[in-house]
Design a protein around this ligand. Sequence first.
Ligand code: SF4
Ligand code: SF4
Length: 366
Amino acid sequence: MTGDSKEKQNAEQVEKTRQPILKTLRVENLNDLVRKGLDLGYRVFAPVKDDRLVTFEQISSPEEAFLDGITSRTSPKSVLFPRTERIFSYKIRKDEIVVEDNADISQPTMIFGCRPCDAASFPIMDRLFQWDYQDRFWIERRKGMVIIAVSCLDCDDACFCTSVGLAPDSTEGSDILLTLVSRDQYLAEVMTEKGEDFAEKTGLFDEAGADLDKETATKAVREKLGKKFDLDKIKPWLDENYEHEFWAEVTRMCIGCGICTYVCPTCHCFDLVDEAHYDGGAKIKNWDACQFAAFTVHASGHNPRPDQISRHRQRIMHKYKYYPDNLGAVLCTGCGRCVRHCPMEVNLIRILKGISDMEKAGVGEE
Ligand code: SF4
Ligand code: SF4
């Protein structure tokens, strides 16, 4: 198979979105949906609440899932792209080297209860992991993954999905999107063959009547979200203003901790390290972040991004200029995590609004 046709086949296998099939799911059957997933052999991941935090974790019973609140602190990207992962290891024997493939990428996986902004992150990152290199870890896991997302009925000041072309009930990336349309019923939009296959296997979904309408259910949260900046104005300004005093202004408070990148559902930088022992070793993949000073240090000691201003600019350029230039999508779903969790209150919404206002006013490079 040629590189092109292989890429095409992978893209088709990962993204088979089409017109939704409308079904319903009774609220009382929600736990059974998770149970069925577990019975069918899926590893199930869902938001889980401990005393302080809601994080995305593997669960073994539906009672562990926590669907209230806004987005979880961590995103589900770690299900496909773990924070640290052994790619392979090797043992040195007397007269041979034995290589073991360590990563388990074959088990079917269900992501349950993520928000539409997180579901949307997966097709955005599919573009990268199938671009100049076919990342088998991402591609294989993605093929065996079913995503059942739940529409948002509330938001906070950090949410801005509607400003980047998404919505609290976007179906982008979901195999099935559930929207609570009455006290006892979800509207289920079945978006892919994978979703349809899963829904059939569970036997829990009914045909939807024509009277069901998710717009009414999500109207209040849409209004609360509004539009926080004009997306069309961002890239034209970035195209022209690599050098601008604005970058220093908006980086003043940034301490380069990298939290914004670790909580982000679309940040995907990683580093490969070799761990060697006297009789073997391993190749390990670890998350990395453009906000760390050592991220771009060359072996010579030269650092092309020597200060936090250039590193912070890189993050915004990557999401709103380079990724759209190279892969045709904004690398941000407006989930708001970076705004919510930055310890220094660096606020991406304010930055993007500032850029959008400057572009409208024609402020830029001479
Ligand atoms: S923007 Fe905030 S979260 Fe991101 S590196 Fe800077 S201080 Fe840390
Ligand atoms: S950049 Fe911020 S708002 Fe955008 S997807 Fe990442 S964490 Fe969410």
